[in-house]
Design a protein around this ligand. Structure first.
Ligand SMILES: [Zn+2]
Ligand SMILES: [Zn+2]
Length: 546
């Protein structure tokens, strides 16, 4: 038996692991690759590494598009098998895939217009709304804790991963001759004491564990005080008569925020004259789905329901569906709270709210989720003095709050705690769904503390899974560009920008230091000139370029 890593290997997006055993071929998750252009090219599967027609079935851990967003593409290209997932996931996948398909269609239209203007051919979307609907028809609902058999030699159990409503980690047993091998895929593991969803279930055995590592190198700071921090942000902007802007993911994070605001209102910490705008049609739909699946809530939320209340019903909540309703929020004067997508401020309506508010002293911007490298959210969290949004340079004068306790991911200690329940001595651990530096740190701690063999697979790696056998990397396909130029150049550019922002400090340094730094920068400059002249030499002449 072997496994191929088709995504979320040394990065967080594009989760997809294909397991092959004696003619059987199935996938765990099938996520959209997101990040930069080079990574997003993987979605088009030029090298046909997914081979959709040969996939027997797919097991889906949860509804986030980095885990299910490529399903419509696979269906479009011939995958006809069932996709197993939980009931809340089924409903959430439906709205998230449709939303994703709309974005794909819009982007394709935009690219096509640009191409046609320069005499080229129109470009098809990655997939259409129709493809998304076809994919949804292939979803099959399974219950937590109930074993089922998607193929003759395979048994599967979904367990609550406590990450978002309906999220699961998977126990998979594969029979090969007399031997049965157990694989466990963690999916995304939730935090303990997360609002709305229960704590992740624990198990004690696996031969091969595929463990997410998003927060492999750190814990969330001040988890227990996140509601207080949110109250502080609200207080701050309320005092100044300004808005609190919260970039938020439509699913789970938004519902947790609503729940927190409901609790703050109960505690008298949400001013009655401070309305809450939920400016996201997708988040509004997701909230409706949450309300339809309350039996998956944790005990605290169940208790509120039993008392005849709704933990997602915030007093003063206003829903903005249309673009006009969204725009009207900018006209609203006085303190208010605005929740909008996307969660990393790299798309969606949040960009407009940031443009209207981030430069205003007294306003607050509250980050409640993971901010990936290269996103505006990450730059703001990292302390950028100015930020470029919608073609404008904006000064960051609002107070920035980064609240760790709303994360949907287990922090490092919680990952280790969850891992501590395993009793299998020979278990091998594969770290997935994390940035490489975080994974290296986590790998070291795991091997030191538990003695397990830990591997950090790369994109397209194929590994043999043989209990007691030596680690075998059977192939590392060379289909993708190994050097991520976009990312690298973005990084260098960002650093240069940071130096630029500090010119006035540079000017205050002693003359000798200034001369030294000037020398270093001239070195960089001359290296860049060398690179450019090499590239210019390699450029095709206009005649050769068709
Ligand atoms: Zn997730
Ligand atoms: Zn994920």
């Amino acid at each position: 038996m072997h496994v191929t890593f088709l995504g979320a290997a040394r990065t967080v997006a594009g989760s997809c692991y294909v397991v092959q055993s004696e003619g059987l071929r199935f996938a765990v998750d099938c996520g959209l690759h997101q990040g930069n252009r080079a990574i997003e090219l993987r979605n088009w599967d030029e090298g046909n590494v997914y081979r959709p027609q040969e996939i027997d079935f797919i097991l889906l851990t949860h509804a986030h598009v980095d885990h299910c967003g490529l399903l419509p593409r696979l269906v479009r290209r011939g995958f006809a098998g069932p996709v197993y997932t939980t009931a809340p996931s089924r409903d959430l996948v439906e709205i998230l895939l449709e939303d994703s398909a709309h974005i794909q269609e819009m982007e394709a239209r935009w690219r096509s217009m640009k191409k046609q203007r320069s005499g080229g051919l129109p470009e098809p979307p990655l997939y259409t709304v129709e493809d998304a609907q076809a994919a949804v028809r292939q979803l099959r609902v399974v219950a937590y804790g109930e074993e089922f058999s998607p193929a003759p030699r395979v048994r599967v159990v979904f367990r609550d991963a406590g990450h978002i409503l309906g999220s699961a980690f998977l126990e998979i047993w594969v029979q090969e001759g007399p031997r049965e091998t157990k694989l466990v895929f963690s999916g995304d593991l939730g935090r303990t004491n997360q609002l709305l969803v229960p704590d992740p279930w624990v198990i004690d055995a696996a031969d091969f564990l595929f463990l997410e590592s998003t927060y492999g190198n750190r814990d969330h700071k001040n988890e227990a005080t996140s509601r207080d921090e949110l109250a502080e942000a609200i207080q701050y902007s309320y005092r100044h008569g300004e808005k609190v802007i919260i970039p938020s993911f439509a699913v789970e994070r938004t519902q947790e925020l609503l729940y927190s605001l409901y609790l703050l209102a109960k505690e008298g910490r949400l001013p009655a004259d401070m309305p809450v705008f939920l400016d996201s049609p997708l988040a509004i739909k997701a909230t409706k789905i949450y309300r339809e699946h309350t039996r998956f809530y944790d005990a605290d939320a169940q208790a509120i329901l039993a008392a005849g209340e709704d933990p997602l019903a915030v007093p003063g909540l206003r829903l903005a569906q249309s673009v006009e309703e969204s725009r009207a929020i900018n006209e609203y004067r006085g303190p208010a709270i605005v929740i909008a997508g996307s969660g990393m401020a790299n798309a969606g309506r949040i960009k407009h709210h940031l443009r209207h508010n981030i430069w205003r002293p007294g306003a607050a911007v509250v980050f409640v989720g993971f901010q990936a490298q290269g996103t505006p959210g990450r730059r703001i969290v990292d302390g950028a003095q100015t930020i470029r949004l919608l073609g404008e340079n904006l000064a960051v004068r609002a107070r920035v709050f980064t609240i760790g306790g709303f994360s949907g991911h287990a922090g490092r200690s919680q990952l280790l705690q969850w891992l501590g329940h395993f009793r299998s001595r020979q278990m091998e651990v594969y770290l997935i769904h994390g940035e490489y530096s975080a994974q290296q740190e986590l790998a070291q701690v795991i091997s030191e503390r538990f003695g397990y063999a830990v591997h950090i697979p790369d994109y397209l790696d194929e590994c043999t899974l043989e209990v007691g056998g030596a680690f075998q990397l059977t192939s590392r396909q060379k289909l993708a560009p190994r050097i991520d130029w976009e990312f690298l150049l973005d990084e260098v550019q960002g650093k240069l920008g940071q130096v630029h922002e500090r010119i006035r400090y540079l000017e205050q340094l002693e003359a000798t230091s200034q001369v030294e730094i000037r020398g270093s920068i001239l070195d960089i400059h001359s290296k860049l000139l060398e690179i450019l002249s090499e590239l210019r030499a390699a450029e095709p002449t206009p005649l050769q370029d068709k």
